[in-house]
Design a protein around this ligand. Structure first.
Ligand SMILES: [Fe+2]
Ligand SMILES: [Fe+2]
Length: 210
């Protein structure tokens, strides 16, 4: 079930459905990660996916603790959003032969998942606060912190490790930053302004003489 259905009438309903939705999503992600680990040929990417699989298992356990705090059964509600994101990732894994392209595609697919999770944890934390359920927030925040850290690592991998264009781009950017800095240093050292001033003074003197 999606977020916005006629069964959701109160903020409490919305919070509970959001939790069930994310519980379903985390379980689906845990099922998908082994395939992504298998397809990733870049060692850092593979290690990152392996780490995130064990984190995801911990996240499912934290969500179960949130349900416990709320005296509710830990259960998932089918979420079409995560189903679509994961399906797109599976389609990619079936279509790409080139290993490098596969690694880059896997990073993008994984980041789509992380961004989905980040928005949902953010919303759940805001709703928990609104409902006076501050006791749930540290557990949700621990999951959110792991999703954000994973997203950051994936970006770094895309830019520096896996994507040769990204690596070239950042090397080019560094070179151009270095060039700008040395031009700025040269300008600071250059006596351009005093020379211009003395030229103006010379012109003034010439006018006075005339
Ligand atoms: Fe997660
Ligand atoms: Fe995640």
């Amino acid at each position: 079930m999606g977020f916005f259905t006629k069964d959701i009438k109160t903020m409490n309903d919305l919070f509970m459905h959001g939790l069930q939705d994310l519980y379903y999503a985390e379980n689906q992600i845990a099922k998908s990660l082994p395939d992504m680990i298998e397809k990733a040929t870049n060692p850092q990417l593979r290690a990152g996916f392996e780490k995130h699989l064990s984190e995801t298992e911990g996240q499912i356990a934290r969500l179960a603790q949130v349900f416990e705090l709320l005296d509710a059964e830990a259960k998932g509600e089918r979420c079409p959003a995560i189903d679509g994101i994961l399906k797109e990732g599976r389609d990619l894994m079936g279509e790409v032969d080139d290993e490098d392209v596969m690694n880059v595609g896997l990073i993008a697919a994984a980041q789509a998942v992380e961004h989905y999770e980040i928005t949902r944890y953010g919303a759940l934390m805001a709703w928990a606060s609104e409902l006076g359920r501050g006791d749930c927030i540290p557990l949700l925040n621990a999951n959110l912190a792991e999703e954000k850290a994973t997203d950051k690592k994936l970006t770094a991998l895309a830019e520096r490790r896996v994507n040769p264009q990204g690596e070239k781009k950042s090397a080019d950017e560094k070179k151009s930053a270095k060039r700008s800095a040395s031009t700025a240093r040269r300008k600071r050292k250059s006596p351009a302004r005093p020379a211009a001033k003395s030229k103006r003074n010379g012109a003034k003197k010439a006018r006075r003489r005339a």
